[in-house]
Design a protein around this ligand. Structure first.
Ligand code: FAD
Ligand code: MLT
Ligand code: ZN
Length: 465
């Protein structure tokens, strides 16, 4: 039987899409840089349907690309070879009741982060993770990417919130570790392996999400600074003096100009500065004094303080608004790197130079999560498949002792860099795991682990298979 018909039997005729008008939105990524035609889009409703779809695809040798909200930024949520089945998990969006005693909530992989945040809030708790794509991205995608965001500084990345997982393996086997036991070290921790695996080792169908206490007393400060060194000094003072510190992000003046123009608003700060830090403290009782003491300790005389929700959100929209403002200016090459704090100044200084040397006229917009040493380098100018600037920036991140991916994942965008970043031995171990769980290479081929079918290695990198 033809595959589309075989899948219609499982998920129903209306949930197998083949018409290009209907499949289109699933086939291009959020940045507009990556995409291709899918053989079809399948939209199962529950774990049993996911397992049966996977079995039928395996039987016909069809590759599968899992997709949640399609907000991923490394090209791994969309087809690229033209013959893959796009598996949309969005219909698995049921959210259970919060277990207040354990501080857990079980949610389908297709539930949005925003919906989980709302359920947690109603129960007097907090999801502990947040970023601008909250109302589109799904919990499955968040866990598959081990997403971070501004609040990871205090609460950790998605990994820290995974108390249990249910997943379908490449042969259709359903693994379920949803007991939520705090102590359970019987055997290998397979859920840990699936976190950050970007759809290459299994399809996540349910997540047991660990919640954190809800802290409603919040204050944010936008601090203009002369240099990255000053920003690092401020971070040190905040860490030492403000135990309620929850986020510490940064952006530069060029990015601020882009955001202000895109949002058609004036600068809340005059005169302008080269660097801005946006820090937020959260506690049970007003953390304003704590924040003020830390700012004073760092010698800060000038800062915008926001202690109500509306003004805090206005400050955060300057930082979160970078993603949309950049995309409105062109199709960016998004390079999400991590560098040690000690090397951050050198990295930020050198990026514009190496980008200009690689692609004359290209422009780099820099911002990120200062407290995590996580810099989002957004390069505007090069064609989608011109990777010269990407290579130069990733080379620089490694030369600074950093990583090629901090929170967005490797995806297809950086797969050919994995061996340079991790070394041949570690990548060989990763390949052994991949072979054990997905011997036919059907789950998200070409993502994370480079496949020669899709990529060629960066200069100076040994061969990839
Ligand atoms: P998708 O984009 O659909 O998929 C992403 C990856 O996960 C793909 O490899 C896909 O195959 C895999 N996947 C998806 N669902 C499943 C599943 N159920 N089982 C197995 N694999 C699956 N990221 C951060 O870390 N921090 C940020 O601050 C941040 N901010 C963002 C802001 C904006 C405006 C946007 C557009 C993105 C942002 N991101 C951020 C990127 C981030 O990775 C995603 O938003 C989110 O983690 C992806 O979720 P998704 O459901 O959209 O996944
Ligand atoms: C952010 O911190 O805003 C996100 O990671 C998205 C981006 O890098 O554009
Ligand atoms: Zn980020």
């Amino acid at each position: 039987m033809e595959l589309a018909q075989a899948l219609r039997e499982v998920v129903g005729a209306t949930h197998v899409l083949v018409d290009p008008e209907l499949t289109g939105p699933y086939e291009r990524d959020w940045t507009g840089r990556f995409g291709g035609r899918a053989r079809l889009v399948a939209r199962p409703a529950d774990t049993a349907q996911v397992a049966e779809v996977v079995r039928r695809c395996a039987a016909s040798g069809a590759a599968l690309i899992p997709q949640g909200g399609n907000t991923g930024l490394v090209g791994a949520s969309v087809p690229r070879a033209g013959d893959e089945v796009l598996l949309s998990l969005r219909r698995l969006n049921a959210i259970g009741e919060v277990d207040a005693a354990l501080g857990h909530v079980a949610a389908g992989a297709g539930a949005t982060l925003g919906a989980v945040q709302a359920v947690a809030k109603a129960a007097g708790l907090d999801a502990g993770l947040d970023f601008a794509a909250r109302d589109s991205c799904t919990l499955g995608g968040v866990v598959a990417c081990d997403a971070g965001g501004a609040r990871a500084l205090r609460h950790g990345t998605a990994r820290a919130h995974v108390a249990g997982l249910e997943a379908v393996l490449a042969d259709g086997t359903v693994l379920s570790r949803m007991s939520g036991l705090t102590k359970d070290n019987a055997g290998y921790d397979l859920p840990s392996l699936l976190v950050g695996s970007e759809g290459t080792l299994g399809i996540l169908t349910r997540v047991l999400w660990r919640l954190v206490p809800r802290l409603d007393a919040r204050v944010a400060a936008l601090v203009p600074l002369a240099s990255v060194e000053d920003a690092a000094g401020l971070l040190a003072a905040l860490r030492a003096r403000a135990p309620s510190l929850e986020s510490c992000d940064f952006f530069l003046d060029e990015g601020l100009s882009l955001v202000l123009a895109h949002q058609r608003r004036g600068s809340p700060l005059q005169p302008r500065s080269p660097v801005y830090v946006l820090a937020e403290c959260a506690a049970r009782s007003d953390p304003t004094d704590e924040l003020a003491a830390a700012l004073e300790r760092a010698g800060i005389e000038d800062a915008l303080i926001a202690d109500d929700t509306v003004s805090r959100e206005r400050l955060w929209s300057l930082r979160e608004g970078h993603t949309e403002a950049i995309s409105a200016a062109g199709v960016p090459h998004k390079l999400d790197v991590g560098v040690p704090l000690a090397a951050l100044g050198r990295f930020l200084d050198e990026v514009p130079r190496v980008v200009e040397a690689a692609v004359p006229g290209a422009r780099a917009i820099l911002f990120g999560h200062l407290g995590d040493g996580n810099v989002h380098v957004n390069v505007l100018g090069p064609d989608a498949d011109d990777e010269r600037a990407d290579d130069a920036v990733l080379e620089l991140a490694l030369a600074c002792g950093g990583t090629i991916s901090a929170e967005h994942g490797v995806g297809v965008a950086k797969a050919r860099w994995l061996e340079r970043a991790r070394g041949a031995d570690e990548v060989a171990a990763m390949r052994a795991i991949k072979r054990a769980l997905d011997p036919d290479g059907l789950l998200n081929p070409g993502a994370v682990l480079p496949a020669s079918r899709y990529t060629s290695p960066p200069r100076g990198c040994s061969s990839v298979g």
